[in-house]
Ligand binder design. Structure first.
Ligand SMILES: Cc1cc2nc3c(=O)[nH]c(=O)nc-3n(C[C@H](O)[C@H](O)[C@H](O)COP(=O)(O)OP(=O)(O)OC[C@H]3O[C@@H](n4cnc5c(N)ncnc54)[C@H](O)[C@@H]3O)c2cc1C
Length: 430
């Protein structure tokens, strides 16, 4: 039997594509999803800490700025299946959504399993075959003679040695992040053999490790927000900046402010953190000196700092005093001016050398993958290998935290389905 469509990967993109295909009656019995894991959508269940942040409610004009340098290239993909269409898709199929005050969109139940069940059920109800424990080991395009049919087709060899034949293939195998979920980059060599350029995959949305990290004992403390600048270690040139929540972990810096910068980070670069966004080093030094010479002169230095900066945790300020060689228990008026200068520098320009981003096992997404230049972004079809389509994180697209990655998975999957199903009569996938 030759399937019309074989989808490789039952993640967000693959299942969404399956659900769209399932709504075309012509898909019944003619579409198969091949998934290497024992069950579909494992990463979807982890998304948003199990709550599944499906998309963001912001203006679509703003979306492209959330995908790094490749954002502009995928504008039309996002516009054709926008955040509003994602929201309607789920709500119309019985999964009401809610928009949080920060614009992130979740199922109203805050259960990622509801999203996963909806997609899986849509596939199964529409006659899409979902075959798990079926890792794709090889992917070949057969000419008409080899295929023994009037059209060319693909031969897909699975882990158990069985072969699946399909007229069109949608590669939705994800990137390399969280390989324990099945997304381990195993399809990249097969896609390269079919002539597609692969941009070196690297961890993104990942915590950053810095040399001589001082905040291990403050693990769990967060700042909302902090301003973070990433700059060249030699020239000091600014590479990227971000203002968002920052989190200290046992071994590294994390939180959205760091994760969203991580796609740019390389060892040797500098990270500078301002824990008091909007205030300069000079502003803070002045505030400290004025307080210590005025109304706060009799207080201990640490109490004065807590009073001046109530948004900052006491334990953090205490450690900062140690780092600035300022006696926390000494009267503010007795603190030397040089100690105020050091404290102001740490509060507004706490600077670290990046030793490296975290590994794929810590990265929420992958930067790199199939080069966008290898794909016709009007159809999501490979230029080198007609009949092969791509969607989701397998492509060289990585978005910020906030629902941007699932939005791209859905938008690209929808566009791929619309293109590969163009010959089908049903309007549901158009
Ligand atoms: C912890 C965590 C939290 C996240 N939270 C969010 C969030 O809240 N919002 C958001 O927008 N994004 C979030 N993301 C990112 C988002 O989950 C991914 O970008 C998205 O799942 C990508 O979808 P995909 O279908 O392209 O790939 P995946 O979801 O990775 O699915 C790929 C599938 O392909 C299968 N596969 C791989 N290779 C083969 C092969 N050779 N043969 C057969 N099958 C194969 C894999 O087993 C997997 O099931 C999060 C990611 C992580 C890790």
């Amino acid at each position: 039997m030759i399937f019309d469509t074989a989808v490789i990967g039952a993640g967000a993109a693959g299942l969404f594509a399956g659900a769209c295909l399932a709504e075309s009656s012509a898909a019944s019995g003619k579409t198969i999803i091949l998934e290497k894991g024992t069950r579909p959508g494992r990463k979807l269940l982890m998304a948003g800490s199990g709550q599944c942040n499906l998309t963001h409610s912001g203006d679509m004009k703003d979306f492209v700025s959330h995908y790094g340098p490749n954002g502009k290239k995928i504008r039309s993909v996002l516009y054709q299946f926008s955040n509003e269409r994602v929201i309607s898709f789920f709500e119309e199929r019985g999964c009401p959504l809610t928009v949080r005050s920060d614009g992130k969109v979740f199922p109203r139940s805050f259960q990622g399993s509801q999203v996963l069940n909806l997609l899986v059920q849509s596939c199964l109800n529409g006659g899409v075959e979902l075959r798990c424990q079926c890792p794709v080991l090889s992917l070949e395009k057969l000419g008409r003679e080899q295929a023994g049919s009037p059209e060319s087709c693909f031969r897909i060899t699975c882990g158990d040695g069985s072969a699946v034949f399909a007229r069109r293939v949608l590669a939705a195998s994800g990137g390399c992040s969280y390989p324990s979920t099945g997304s381990d980059g195993s399809l990249f060599p097969l896609l390269r053999d079919l002539g597609l350029e692969i941009v070196l995959p690297r961890p993104a949305l990942v915590p950053l490790y810095v040399e001589r990290y001082p905040y291990g004992e403050l693990s769990g403390i967060s700042f909302s927000p902090a301003a973070v600048i990433l700059s060249d270690g030699k020239t000091g040139k600014k590479m990227a900046e971000n203002q968002d929540d920052l989190l200290f972990t046992h071994r590294c810096l994390s939180g959205p402010a760091i994760l969203n910068l991580s796609r740019h980070a390389r060892p040797g670069q500098r990270i500078t953190v301002c824990y008091l966004p909007g205030l300069s080093r000079g502003d803070v030094e002045r505030m400290l000196r004025e307080a210590a010479l005025g109304s706060e002169r009799q207080r201990q230095l640490l109490s004065m700092l807590c009073g001046l900066f109530p948004v900052l945790p006491r334990r953090f300020l205490e450690l900062l005093c140690t780092r600035a060689e300022a006696a926390a228990d000494r009267r503010a008026a007795e603190t030397p001016g040089a100690a105020f200068r050091r404290l102001a520098a740490l509060l507004t320009e706490d600077s670290f050398t990046v030793s490296g981003p975290g590994r794929f096992s810590e990265a929420m997404v992958t930067s790199g993958g199939v080069a966008l230049s290898a794909v016709d972004l009007k159809t999501m079809e490979s230029k080198a290998c007609p009949g092969l389509y791509l969607a989701g994180e397998v492509l060289d697209v990585d978005g910020d935290t906030g629902g941007y990655n699932l939005q791209f998975a859905f938008s690209s999957a929808w566009l791929a389905v619309r293109s590969l199903a163009a010959a089908l009569p049903d309007e549901a996938v158009r």
